[in-house]
Design a binder for this molecule. Sequence first.
Ligand code: ADP
Ligand code: MG
Length: 314
Amino acid sequence: MFLCAEAPQSSEIRRTFPALGTFATVVVQIPPDEGPLLVDSLQRLLSDIEQELSLFAESPIRRLNSEGRLHLNDRRHLRRILIASDSLREITGGLFDPSIGAVVELWGFPGEPSVPDSFRLDSVLRAHTGWSNVSWAGDSVILSNGTKVDFGAIAKGYAVDLTYERAIELGATAALVEIGGEVRCGSVDSCERVWKVGIRDPRGQGVSRVLRISRGSIATSGDYECRFREKGVTYCHLIDPRTGWPETGVASATVLCDRCVDADALATALAVGGVEAAQGLPEGACWAILIVLEDETGETHEWRSSTWKEKWNG
Ligand code: ADP
Ligand code: MG
């Protein structure tokens, strides 16, 4: 979620279009006659990414999950996302783990979720998840033991990065890209621009605060997406890979980083692992963190990293 800074500049183009099962918004500062070509190129890029990474349409990922093996050939997005996932899984101590696919499927996300039988959940977790089941043989990816990958927690951030970088490459002097709430913004050296990015209030409709930043990425993961209630208990789509159950106690986690691929995966991991996970991240893993916690009475309070407090005065 974002708000653009000052009144739109004369050379600014803003477009919103469907991408990756949600919407992408692109704001670019570019001479008017170059704008339409640039937007076309960004749209094509996003559609390429979607073709490789979509879990909804017939895609290489779907094939990988059903056949357990895929020759990557020229599928550069899938290759890069696997490599990025490998290190982000490591950095988060396994709290971000795309090999959780079979468990997400068992819960029925994102369609019509329901609480699975706990024995079944336990056996799927033990038998069909775990990053050690994801391996390479030459240029092929192998998924062992019926493991399925789900890049829902990182694909949007990855796509944001590529779109942002392509916009700057193609001549934008400033750009902001947002896909499903994950944002990256910045500008070239000759055009220092300040952007305003709003962070959604996890228990309200509006934004809880607005950050002014000149460059960087912001991602938020919250339990408010895909929530459902069963027998008086609320469940969300953020799964703890240690237990197979949705996280509780964190309403949202917001992470600020250089790259959006990192911010996206880290936000999911911290929504699952909370403050302890935030404190356990290696130094330099991100720029700043804000976590909104919710206690049993439904009351919320915020935890901010020291870097967040320094940057925005508390
Ligand atoms: P959103 O897609 O709502 O912005 P996230 O970026 O946090 O939220 O991604 C959540 C999606 O990631 C889930 O819908 C699921 O497909 C997948 N997922 C859930 N838990 C994990 C996890 N611990 N590690 C990796 N992926 C996860
Ligand atoms: Mg994420």
